[in-house]
Structures are given as structure tokens and as C-alpha cells.
Design a protein around this ligand. Structure first.
Ligand code: S3P
Length: 171
């Protein structure tokens, strides 16, 4: 089975869908944020606070390189900003089939209300932050993806069904 990678904005459901996909195929989910926290020995909030976003982005690239070298990941869920680096978009394509879970700002805001774990969405004007980042990132996600699934209002099983259809019946 070719590695399936989920990309998309914070709150798009990458980890939830990834976990379900992995469960369905009897494999396990590889989550880049989780790998980074394990590697760094600290939470993402602390990495951003103590080392900065640029360093976090560099670790994301290192994680992708490791996954390609290890060559055994079945389903990978990624941090929402991972495709921002051009280098990472190239590495994603090398790693496997890239699926973009596209969502509207309203979905993100509903799902992440009160969240304290996303450094980029803290403080005031969260709505404006989400809208701005989504506008900026939309074209990047689309250019990184082999398949785009509009996920607003869809249940996890609907997303998986659509993905199966789009991939010609098999995952
Ligand atoms: C980020 C998304 C987060 C995490 C970090 C930065 C982003 O992952 O990697 O807070 O830049 O969009 P999720 O998409 O899993 O929330």
C-alpha cells in the first residue's frame, strides 16, 4: 500500500481521519506533530515559545526525511503548516499520495474554540487569523495535494468513502 498523507489546516480533521484510515487497514497512524514532540522532548507550544516557528519548521523537514528513509509509514497526518516550505511539498510527493482535507474558516473556528495548543491561534482576533491564514495557505495546500476532499459537514466515514472513490476503489 502506498503511504497516504493527510494535509490541511488546523482543525480540518487530519488526525481523526488518519486514525480511522489506519484502523481500517490494520496499520497505525504516524502523526508528525507527535513525532516532533517526542524528538524535541517538549510540547509544540513550548517549541514555538523557546525555539521559534522557524526551528519548528526545520524539525518538520527532518521528520519528513526520516519517514521517507524509514519507508514504512502507512498513514501520516501532518501539522497544518508543514506544506508551507517548498522543500516539504517536494518531500511529501516523494513520501506518498497527498490528500488535502479542505475546510471553511467556520468549521475551524467551531472545532478549535477554546483551544490552547495551537500557538498560531492564540490571543485575540482568532477569526481574522484563521481567515487570513486559510486564504494564504489554500493555494499552497492545493498545489501540494494529489487529491482534495471538501470536508465541511462530512462525517469521518463519508470522508473515507469519498477518498476511496477518488482513489479508484482502493486505499
Ligand atoms: C500548525 C499546525 C499544528 C502544529 C503547529 C503549527 C500550523 O498542527 O503543527 O501548531 O502552522 O498550521 P495541527 O494542524 O495538527 O493543528
Amino acid at each position: 500500500m502506498r503511504t497516504l498523507i493527510l494535509i490541511g489546516f488546523m482543525g480540518a480533521g487530519k488526525t481523526t481521519v488518519g486514525r480511522a484510515l489506519a484502523g481500517q487497514s490494520g496499520t497505525s497512524l504516524t502523526d508528525t506533530d507527535q513525532l516532533i514532540e517526542e524528538m524535541a522532548g517538549m510540547s509544540i507550544v513550548n517549541i514555538f515559545a523557546e525555539k521559534g516557528e522557524a526551528e519548528f519548521r526545520r524539525i518538520e523537514t527532518a521528520v519528513l526525511e526520516q519517514l521517507i528513509a524509514a519507508d514504512h509509514a502507512a498513514v501520516v497526518s501532518t501539522g497544518g503548516g508543514l506544506p508551507l516550505r517548498e522543500e516539504n511539498r517536494r518531500l511529501l510527493k516523494k513520501l506518498g499520495t497527498v490528500v488535502y482535507l479542505e475546510v471553511e474558516p467556520e468549521t475551524v473556528l467551531k472545532r478549535l474554540e477554546g483551544d490552547t495548543t495551537r500557538p498560531l491561534l492564540q490571543g485575540s482576533n482568532v477569526k481574522e487569523k484563521v481567515e487570513h491564514l486559510l486564504l494564504e495557505r489554500g493555494p499552497i495546500y492545493r498545489s501540494a495535494a494529489d487529491i482534495t476532499v471538501k470536508a465541511d459537514g462530512l462525517r469521518v466515514e463519508d470522508i473515507i468513502k469519498e477518498l476511496e472513490e477518488r482513489m479508484g476503489g482502493s486505499l
